[in-house]
Design a protein around this ligand. Structure first.
Ligand code: PLP
Length: 391
């Protein structure tokens, strides 16, 4: 098989073989339903509770504060829809940012249609929310503030500690979508007044289709699913035991290896950013230079933004998988990124970013291979651009 280089870890990160090993017995041998009282059931229940501890430790929570869900999207929906009373939406107020993932923004649009007033905080050119804007936007009716910990397109980190502190000082609940940040940067819900935090296993080398919401003790979001009352009544449905076990192991590994992984990824990331800046006079970095996720690069090539998808496909042909903006963009191909537009990019530039995201299994040699391939690929695009201009 062709040896490929995978630089799209923000879309999904490959399963760590150690996670696969932990899941295997629950896919193959242990068939119990965790709600059953027999030995098989108890074994599944114990495995879930171990995973709950492992996921809780990743963010400094108590195990009883972790609710397993079917995805990061579901965790975001549970936080927002669960906390805002549908029958009194026009009397409430929600503050979020303009650059959230669609898992949040589409939820917001749904609530707006039902009468909820929402303030979308702007971001600066680096894609960062200014805490002063939050302070100014708070109202007496504000029920909830939700700002993501790290952006999935740019990798820019948000000043979560400060934003959470401001919300807490005003007696307003604070949720953060930490789907991209968890396992990559330290997060602690005891040191920061975070009330709810969303996670997704597949972004930290765990399995797809399992997420979690940290819900601070005492908070009671209304469930989205009604049924058998699993997960303390917050998420009915027989649990995805193998997936949850895998999530637990992935969280444990991420916590144990975070410092080393991050240091190594920052070195490769910075090597790539600096080398690309030297080799291409029209290359520019999208997002903050340093205040970004360890393995995250988002780039543009000035004047060639219209060719970003062709660039991606050409790299794909050369065996290198990168992304344009976000994985969701395949559903919205050719549309400008709402994140880049919020950062002040015009529609053409907002269509043309290239996202290179590194994970635990990427190496310096792979980064060097990208640098070998890139000049030829970008060169090809240059000639396409000049030909189309001439035409
Ligand atoms: N939030 C952010 C910031 C994301 O990047 C993603 C996935 O790309 C999600 C939420 C959705 O997570 P999931 O794929 O588990 O539904």
């Amino acid at each position: 098989m062709e040896r490929r280089i995978y630089f799209d870890n923000a879309a999904t990160a490959p399963l760590d073989p150690r996670v696969g090993e932990a899941m295997q017995p629950f896919l193959r041998d242990h068939c119990g339903n965790p709600s059953s009282l027999h030995r098989e059931g108890c074994m599944a229940r114990e495995a879930i509770e171990t995973a709950r501890k492992q996921v809780a430790q990743l963010v400094g929570a108590e195990p009883s504060e972790i609710v397993f869900t079917g995805s990061g999207t579901e965790a975001d929906n549970l936080a927002i829809l669960g906390l805002l009373p549908i029958e009194r939406l026009p009397e409430c107020h929600l503050i979020t940012s303009a650059i959230e993932h669609p898992a949040m923004l589409e939820c917001c649009k749904y609530l707006e249609r039902h009468g909820l007033p929402i303030t979308y905080l702007p971001v600066d050119q680096e894609g960062k929310v200014n805490p002063i804007d939050l302070e100014r936007s708070l109202r007496r009716e504000t029920r909830l503030v939700s700002v993501m910990a790290a952006n999935n397109v740019t990798g820019t980190l948000q000043p979560i500690a400060e934003l959470a502190r401001i919300a807490s000082e005003h007696g307003v609940l604070f949720h953060t979508d930490a789907v991209q940040a968890a396992g990559k940067i330290p997060l602690n819900v005891r040191r920061t007044p975070i009330d709810m935090l969303s996670l997704s296993a597949h972004k930290l080398h765990g399995p797809k289709g399992v997420g979690a919401l940290f819900v601070r003790q005492g908070l009671k979001p209304a469930p989205l699913l009604h049924g058998g009352g699993q997960e303390g009544g917050l998420r009915s449905g027989t649990e995805n035991v193998a997936g949850i076990v895998g999530f637990g192991r992935a969280a444990e590994l991420a916590l144990a290896e975070m410092t080393d992984d991050a240091a190594r990824l920052v070195r490769i990331r910075d090597f790539l950013i600096e080398s690309i800046a030297k080799s291409f006079d029209n290359a520019y970095l999208v997002g903050a230079r340093y205040c970004r996720l360890p393995g995250h690069i988002c780039l543009g090539f000035a004047g060639q933004e219209g060719e970003a998808i062709k660039l991606l496909l050409d790299l794909d042909e050369q065996g290198i998988a990168v992304s344009s903006g976000s994985a969701c963009s395949s559903h919205h191909a050719g549309q400008p990124s709402h994140v880049l537009q919020a950062m002040g990019f015009d529609a053409t530039r907002a269509r043309g970013s290239l996202r290179i995201t590194l994970g635990r299994f990427n190496t310096q040699a792979e980064a060097e291979r990208l640098l070998e391939v890139l000049p030829q690929t970008v060169g090809k695009m240059r000639s396409i651009t000049s030909l189309s201009r001439a035409g």
